[in-house]
Design a protein around this ligand. Structure first.
Ligand code: PLP
Length: 264
């Protein structure tokens, strides 16, 4: 009787994305899985919500029942050695609790605290946003808010370097291992992303690439999670992810009639 393991030649690094399903593939679990695979990391994906959207915007988001989320996470963690997790859209406090309960303490979590689409569609209710701050951020190896999300989480205006550093420190005090405040939604000729850790603040700076493609935030946190699964340290993972996403931005293309989609 041939063993089921007979054809396994080598073990491959495996990362898990827990986020929304965007049927256009521009954001959410599909975009994350594509980027895991590009790094050579096997993609596992669990949907928290099923969205209806076009390249012009989001019109609906239906939460996946919490009982299904719990069942899927339990199944994956009972069977597979998962090396890192990325979280994106999490629609409610009950979904946050299911995620926090399921992930073993040894697994690094990159938390992209998505609250709304760029077009303003609210993905998360108020209790859900509070639960992300209270329950998930203390478990995060890295939190990757944009300027608006940093402001929402910290209560501090983040639209200056000093403000962003202060917001980052406050989010760090909520228990995160590190905070990367993404400056992409700011203005100016350069994008500054601030990495705030207990050792201080490091600025990642690069020339701004014109245009705003759908899925940039998802892609950055997904590549970081993939690199952590491969054993990169946090700063190397961030530097590589920024350079991959910059290349993806240069390759952005018109998938539909609305916003460009990030290239691969
Ligand atoms: N759809 C899903 C499933 C997402 O996770 C996100 C963002 O994270 C979006 C849509 C919104 O993407 P954008 O900010 O590019 O509008």
């Amino acid at each position: 009787m041939p063993s089921a393991r007979r054809n396994i030649k080598y073990q491959i690094a495996t990362a898990l994305t827990i986020a929304g399903l965007d049927p256009t593939g521009g954001a959410g679990i599909t975009a994350d899985a594509l980027r895991f695979a590009r790094e050579g990391v096997h993609p596992l994906s669990v949907a928290t919500a099923v969205t209806t959207q076009t390249t012009r915007g989001v019109s609906r988001a239906a939460p996946v029942p919490v009982v299904e989320l719990r069942a899927q996470l339990r199944a994956l963690f009972s069977d597979i050695h998962i090396l890192s997790v990325k979280t994106g859209l999490i629609p409610s406090a009950a979904h946050v609790r299911a995620i926090v309960d399921a992930i073993p303490a040894r697994v690094p979590i990159v938390v992209d605290p998505v609250v709304a689409s760029s077009g303003g569609y609210a993905f998360v209710d108020a209790a859900g946003a509070r639960a992300i701050g209270k329950l998930l951020i203390p478990r995060a190896a890295l939190v990757t808010p944009n300027l608006d999300e940093a402001e929402l989480l910290s209560g501090v205006c983040s639209h200056s370097r000093e403000g962003a550093a202060r917001a980052g420190k406050l989010i760090l005090q909520m228990g995160a291992g590190a905070v990367l405040i993404k400056g992409g939604h700011g203005d100016g000729a350069f994008v500054e992303d601030l990495l705030v850790t207990r050792r201080g603040v490091r600025v990642f700076r690069s020339r701004r690439i014109a245009g705003s493609a759908h899925g940039t935030g998802c892609a950055l946190s997904a590549v970081i999670a993939a690199r952590l699964a491969l054993g990169d340290d946090l700063e190397t993972a961030i530097a590589k992810a920024r350079s991959r996403v910059r290349a993806d931005l240069r390759a952005a293309f018109a998938l539909g009639r609305g916003r460009p989609t990030l290239g691969l």
